[in-house]
Design a protein around this ligand. Structure first.
Ligand SMILES: Cc1cc2nc3c(=O)[nH]c(=O)nc-3n(C[C@H](O)[C@H](O)[C@H](O)COP(=O)(O)OP(=O)(O)OC[C@H]3O[C@@H](n4cnc5c(N)ncnc54)[C@H](O)[C@@H]3O)c2cc1C
Ligand SMILES: *[C@@H]1O[C@H](CO)[C@@H](O)[C@H](O)[C@H]1NC(C)=O
Ligand SMILES: *[C@@H]1O[C@H](CO)[C@@H](O)[C@H](O)[C@H]1NC(C)=O
Ligand SMILES: *[C@@H]1O[C@H](CO)[C@@H](O)[C@H](O)[C@H]1NC(C)=O
Ligand SMILES: *[C@@H]1O[C@H](CO)[C@@H](O)[C@H](O)[C@H]1NC(C)=O
Ligand SMILES: *[C@@H]1O[C@H](CO)[C@@H](O)[C@H](O)[C@H]1NC(C)=O
Ligand SMILES: *[C@@H]1O[C@H](CO)[C@@H](O)[C@H](O)[C@H]1NC(C)=O
Ligand SMILES: *[C@@H]1O[C@H](CO)[C@@H](O)[C@H](O)[C@H]1NC(C)=O
Ligand SMILES: *[C@@H]1O[C@H](CO)[C@@H](O)[C@H](O)[C@H]1NC(C)=O
Ligand SMILES: *[C@@H]1O[C@H](CO)[C@@H](O)[C@H](O)[C@H]1NC(C)=O
Ligand SMILES: *[C@@H]1O[C@H](CO)[C@@H](O)[C@H](O)[C@H]1NC(C)=O
Ligand SMILES: *[C@@H]1O[C@H](CO)[C@@H](O)[C@H](O)[C@H]1NC(C)=O
Length: 595
C-alpha cells in the first residue's frame, strides 16, 4: 500500500501545494489576523471561508501531516488503515478504564492529519434529528442553532453526488433536503450487496410498525430505516481537506497552513482589546515544530478547532479550566472555568453477528487475497467496485424505546423529543469477530445517552496525552436501554425475509437473562468516536458552559472554539455533519464581527 501512495504523492506535489508548509522556516512570518489551531474537520472549513475575504490573513497550525497522497485516506474501503491506533495518522490516544464497560480501556481514534477525523472517519453522513438542534437553541437561548436556521448550512456544506455505480437512486433519498453546490460530496453506497440489502428492505415491508422505511433520514425526522449516505464522491473520500482546502483555495495569498505544528497553549495575556465581561485576551499561540517552540500572533482572533480532545487540553494548558484541578498540577489559573473538559458525551456501540448461508458478504473480499487485489485494482482503474464504500453498512435505522419502558423509572427521557431516536441500528454485510466464513451484523448504539465523561490533564507537560474518560454506560439508564435495544435487533432478524439466509448468531444472546445480557453488553461494547461537549455552548447568563452561543470563550476576548467540542450534547447521529454546520455558522459569525 505504500508504493502507490508515493506514486500519487509525486504526481500531485508541485506548485499547487506550495502554501501547504512542511517547514516553519518557510513561513513568511508569524503575525496574522487569525490563527486557527487545528486543520481538522472544522478548522479547514474556517480556513477556507475566512480567506474568501482577501483582506484578512489566516494561519492554520496543524499537528499532523498532509492528507495528499495518503491512499488509505482516499480509498473508502481502506479507511481502517488510516484510522487505527498506531498508524502515522493517529493520535494514539487510550481512554481511562471505563467503569461502565468492565473497566476496559479503548484506543480513542482521532485523526492526526490534515482534515482531522474527516480524513479517516467512517464517512457516514447523518445530520441528526431536528429536535437535537432545537434543543441546542433552547440550551443556548439562540434560535440560530435551531434546525430551521441551521438547515441552510447543511445545504451550503453539501454536494449531492451520484453513486460510483451510477445506479438509479430514485426512492432511496429525498433530493429536496440536499445541497448540490457545497464542498463536501455526499452519495449513497456505490456498490450493491444485493442479497443483503433486499432483505433489509423486505423487512421494512414485513414489520413496518417497528421498522418503517424512511426515504431520507437526513430530513430532520430520522426515525425508521433508510439508505445510508456517505461523504464519498466518485468512489473517493470527500473530507474537509479535499473539499475545503483544495489546491485553488490553499494557493490563496492570504492563507498559510503549517503542518507538523503542535500547539501547546495560548500565551501573551493582554488587557488591551478587552471588555468588562471579557477582561483578558491572548495574543499568541505557542507551538512546537521539531524540537523548538514558536509563537504565532493573532491580531484579531485565535480560533481553537483542535477537536473535542485537543481543544479542552489546550484551554487547560493555557490556564483556562477548573481552578483546583489546574492548581493540583501547578498550572496558574488565568480564568476559572470549571466546565472545560466536562460534559463529554459519546455513543456506546454494540455489534451482533450472524453466520449467513451466502458468500455475498464483505468476507468474500477480506478473506480472499485474490479477490481483494482484484477489487483494489478495479478501484484504481475506474473508481468502481467494492472499494468505493467503507467496509460498509448499506442502511441505518433510528428507533425509540417503548414509551412504557421501565427504564424511564431510572431517568427521564434523555432524547430531545418524540421524533428523535434513542437507538441507531447499522445493517452490515460482514461479521465482527474475524471468524472464517460469511456473516452479517446488526450494530446497535445508544444515541441519546445520559452518561457523561471528561477530558482532563494528566500532567503539566502540555504535550502529554490527556486523560480521556468517555463515561461509557456510567449511567444504568444507558445500559438497560441498550439491553432493550438489543431486543429490537432480534425482532428485526426474526422477520420472514431472513429465513433460509440467517444462520446461528456468533454469540447466543437470546439464551441470556436480561441481567446477563446487560453484563455482556458492558463487557463487549465500544465507543462510537462521536465525543462532543468538552467546550460546550450555553446561554450567555448560564452558570456553566465554556462558550457563549456565538462560540466566544466566556470571559476571554478574541478567542473562539469552533469544532465538535461546542455541541453541548451529542446529537442522535454520527457527528461530522453537525461539526460541519457548526464550522459554517461559526465562520459566518467571525465574518460578522470583522468583515
Ligand atoms: C474512527 C472514526 C470514525 C468516525 N466515523 C464517523 C462517521 O462515519 N460519520 C460521522 O459523521 N462521524 C464520524 N466520526 C466522528 C467525526 O469524524 C468527528 O466528530 C468530527 O470529524 C470532529 O471534527 P472536529 O473538527 O471537532 O475535530 P477533528 O476533525 O479531530 O479536528 C481536530 C484537528 O486538530 C488537530 N489538533 C489537535 N490537537 C492539536 C494541537 N495541539 N496542535 C495542532 N493541531 C492539533 C488534529 O490533528 C485534527 O486535525 C468518526 C470519528 C472517528 C475518529
Ligand atoms: C502514533 O503511532 C505511530 C506509530 O508508532 C506514529 O507513527 C505516530 O506518529 C503516532 N502519533 C502521534 C501523534 O504521536
Ligand atoms: C473496576 O475497577 C474498580 C477500581 O479499580 C473496581 O472497584 C471495580 O470493581 C472494577 N469493576 C469491574 C467490573 O471489574
Ligand atoms: C494506542 O497506541 C499507543 C501508542 O502506540 C499505545 O501505547 C496504546 O497501548 C494503544 N492503545 C490501545 C488501546 O491499543
Ligand atoms: C509571548 O509569550 C512567549 C512564550 O511565553 C514569550 O517567550 C514572549 O516573550 C512573549 N512575548 C511578549 C511580547 O510578551
Ligand atoms: C453539563 O451540561 C448540563 C446541561 O446539559 C448542565 O446543566 C451542567 O451544569 C453541565 N455540567 C458542567 C460540569 O458543565
Ligand atoms: C459463491 O457461491 C456460489 C453458489 O454457492 C458459487 O457458485 C460461487 O463460486 C461462490 N463464489 C465465491 C466467490 O466463492
Ligand atoms: C477468491 O476470489 C477469486 C477471484 O474472485 C475466485 O475466483 C475464487 O473462487 C475465490 N475463492 C474462494 C475460496 O472463494
Ligand atoms: C494503481 O495504478 C498505478 C498506475 O496505473 C499502478 O502503478 C499501481 O500499482 C496500481 N495499484 C494497485 C493497487 O492496483
Ligand atoms: C409496552 O408497549 C408495547 C408497544 O406499544 C407493547 O407491545 C407492550 O405490551 C407494552 N408493555 C407493557 C408492559 O405495557
Ligand atoms: C439460543 O438460546 C435459545 C434460548 O435458550 C435456544 O432456544 C437456542 O436453541 C439457542 N441457539 C443456539 C444456537 O444455541
Ligand atoms: C472584507 O473584510 C473587510 C474588513 O476586513 C471589509 O471591509 C470588506 O467589506 C470585506 N469584503 C467582503 C467582500 O466581504
Amino acid at each position: 500500500m505504500f508504493a502507490p501512495a508515493l506514486t500519487i504523492l509525486s504526481f500531485f506535489s508541485g506548485v499547487g501545494f506550495c502554501k501547504l508548509y512542511e517547514d516553519v522556516a518557510d513561513l513568511p512570518g508569524l503575525q496574522y489576523d487569525f490563527v486557527i489551531v487545528g486543520g481538522g474537520t472544522a478548522g479547514s472549513v474556517l480556513a477556507s471561508r475566512l480567506t474568501e475575504n482577501a483582506t484578512v490573513s489566516v494561519l492554520v497550525l496543524e499537528a499532523g501531516p498532509s492528507n495528499v497522497g495518503v491512499l488509505d485516506a482516499q480509498v473508502p474501503f481502506l479507511s481502517n488503515g488510516v484510522s487505527d491506533n498506531g498508524t502515522s495518522y493517529s493520535w494514539n490516544y487510550t481512554t481511562t478504564p471505563q467503569a461502565g464497560a468492565s473497566n476496559h480501556t479503548f484506543e480513542y481514534l482521532r485523526g492526526y492529519i490534515l482534515g482531522g477525523c474527516s480524513s479517516h472517519n467512517g464517512m457516514a453522513y447523518t445530520r441528526g434529528a431536528a429536535e437535537d438542534f432545537d434543543r441546542y437553541a433552547t440550551l443556548t437561548g439562540d434560535d440560530g442553532w435551531s434546525w430551521n436556521k441551521i438547515f441552510p448550512y447543511f445545504l451550503k456544506n453539501e454536494q449531492w453526488t451520484a453513486p460510483a455505480d451510477n445506479h438509479d437512486t430514485h426512492g432511496q433519498f429525498n433530493p429536496k433536503v440536499h445541497g448540490t453546490a457545497g464542498p463536501i460530496e455526499v452519495s449513497i453506497s456505490g456498490y450493491p450487496w444485493t442479497e443483503f440489502q433486499q432483505r433489509v428492505m423486505q423487512t421494512t415491508k414485513e414489520l413496518p410498525d417497528d421498522f418503517p422505511f424512511n426515504l431520507d433520514m437526513n430530513s430532520g425526522k430520522p426515525l425508521g430505516v433508510g439508505w445510508l449516505q456517505y461523504t464519498i464522491g466518485h468512489g473517493e473520500r470527500s473530507s474537509s481537506a479535499t473539499g475545503y482546502l483544495e489546491p485553488k483555495i490553499i494557493q490563496r495569498p492570504n492563507l498559510d497552513v503549517l503542518l507538523h505544528a503542535q500547539v501547546s497553549k495560548l500565551v501573551n495575556v493582554t488587557k488591551s482589546r478587552v471588555t468588562p465581561s471579557a477582561p483578558f485576551a491572548f495574543q499568541g499561540v505557542e507551538f512546537r515544530y521539531g524540537n523548538s517552540l514558536f509563537v504565532a500572533k493573532a491580531s484579531k482572533e485565535i480560533i481553537l478547532s483542535a477537536g473535542p480532545i485537543g481543544t479542552p487540553q489546550i484551554l487547560m494548558n493555557s490556564g483556562i479550566g477548573d481552578r483546583s484541578a489546574l492548581q493540583a498540577l501547578g498550572i496558574t489559573t488565568v480564568l476559572d472555568l470549571p466546565s472545560v473538559g466536562k460534559n463529554a458525551s459519546e455513543h456506546p456501540y454494540f455489534g451482533m453477528s450472524w453466520a449467513v448461508n451466502s458468500n455475498q458478504t464483505v468476507e468474500s473480499i477480506t478473506q480472499n487475497a485474490t479477490r481483494f487485489n482484484e477489487a483494489f485494482a478495479e478501484w484504481n482503474r475506474s473508481r468502481t467496485g467494492p472499494f468505493v464504500d467503507p467496509s460498509p453498512g448499506t442502511h441505518a435505522g433510528w428507533f425509540r424505546l417503548n414509551a412504557n419502558s421501565s427504564v424511564f423509572d431510572l431517568h427521564s427521557d434523555p432524547s430531545p423529543g418524540p421524533e428523535a431516536p434513542h437507538f441507531e441500528m447499522l445493517f452490515q454485510p460482514f461479521g465482527f469477530m474475524d471468524l472464517p466464513g460469511h456473516f452479517i451484523s446488526l450494530t446497535m448504539a445508544m444515541v441519546s445517552p445520559v452518561s457523561r465523561g471528561s477530558v482532563t490533564l494528566s500532567s503539566n507537560d502540555p504535550f502529554a496525552p490527556p486523560l480521556i474518560d468517555l463515561g461509557l454506560l456510567s449511567s444504568d439508564f444507558d445500559a438497560l436501554a441498550l439491553t432493550e435495544g438489543i431486543n429490537l435487533a432480534f425482532k428485526f432478524a426474526s422477520a420472514p425475509a431472513w429465513n433460509g439466509y440467517l444462520g446461528e448468531p456468533t454469540v447466543n444472546l437470546t439464551a441470556m437473562s436480561s441481567a446477563e445480557l446487560t453484563a455482556y453488553i458492558r463487557a463487549n461494547l465500544g465507543p462510537g468516536y462521536h465525543v462532543v461537549g468538552t467546550a460546550g455552548m450555553s446561554a450567555r447568563e448560564a452558570q456553566y458552559g465554556v462558550v457563549d452561543p456565538d462560540l466566544k470563550v466566556k470571559g476571554i476576548a478574541g478567542l473562539r472554539v469552533i469544532d465538535a467540542s461546542v455541541l453541548p450534547i451529542v446529537p442522535a447521529a454520527h457527528t461530522q455533519a453537525a461539526t460541519y454546520v457548526v464550522a459554517e455558522r461559526g465562520a459566518d459569525m467571525v465574518k460578522q464581527t470583522w468583515m
